[in-house]
Design a protein around this ligand. Structure first.
Ligand SMILES: [Zn+2]
Length: 161
């Protein structure tokens, strides 16, 4: 980790956060800006925001997990021991089990929820078929890798060839 990033990062963390009843240790709560779901956002480089909890876990693991689960159910928490590498399906199962609804997946570019044009969908799929990773395409389009995975595997936007 770049030292200046570490200094900037930990300055925004309250290491005396609340302790959830089912946890034995207290949360380290992110004090910086958060997205609408309460996840901490941290500027890793000019114009590039990343999820704060994804960063702390990746610093501990030495690689970036595709999905990160909060054992403490506190989205603002960045304490590595409260985080667990997960998979998309585990995260979804966890969200259902805890009564949270995962985000709806757009069904086509004519949907009111649609974020992408047909041209962008075609571009994503051609990038992917040329060997670009889902994570890299997701970063380019400022969306999640899960979303790109749905698109390139034609689980969504099926009406676009
Ligand atoms: Zn926590």
């Amino acid at each position: 980790m770049d030292q200046s990033i570490g200094v900037r990062f930990w300055a925004k963390v309250n290491c005396a956060g609340p302790r959830k009843p089912h946890m034995v240790t207290n949360c380290w709560e992110w004090q910086g800006c958060t997205n609408k779901d309460g996840y901490g956002r941290f500027r890793v480089a000019a114009g590039k925001l990343d999820r704060a909890h994804g960063l702390t876990l990746s610093w501990v693991l030495g690689y970036r997990p595709a999905y990160v689960m909060h054992l403490c159910d506190n989205p603002a928490c960045v304490r590595p021991s409260h985080l667990k590498e997960s998979t998309h399906s585990l995260n979804m199962r966890d969200a259902y089990a805890k009564g949270r609804r995962p985000e709806c997946i757009p069904q086509g570019t004519d949907s009111v929820h649609s974020r992408f044009t047909a041209e962008q969908i075609v571009d994503m799929r051609s990038k992917y078929s040329e060997g670009e990773t889902q994570a890299s395409i997701a970063s380019f389009y400022s969306t999640s890798q899960a979303h790109i995975s749905q698109i390139v595997r034609r689980k969504t936007y099926r009406n676009i060839q």
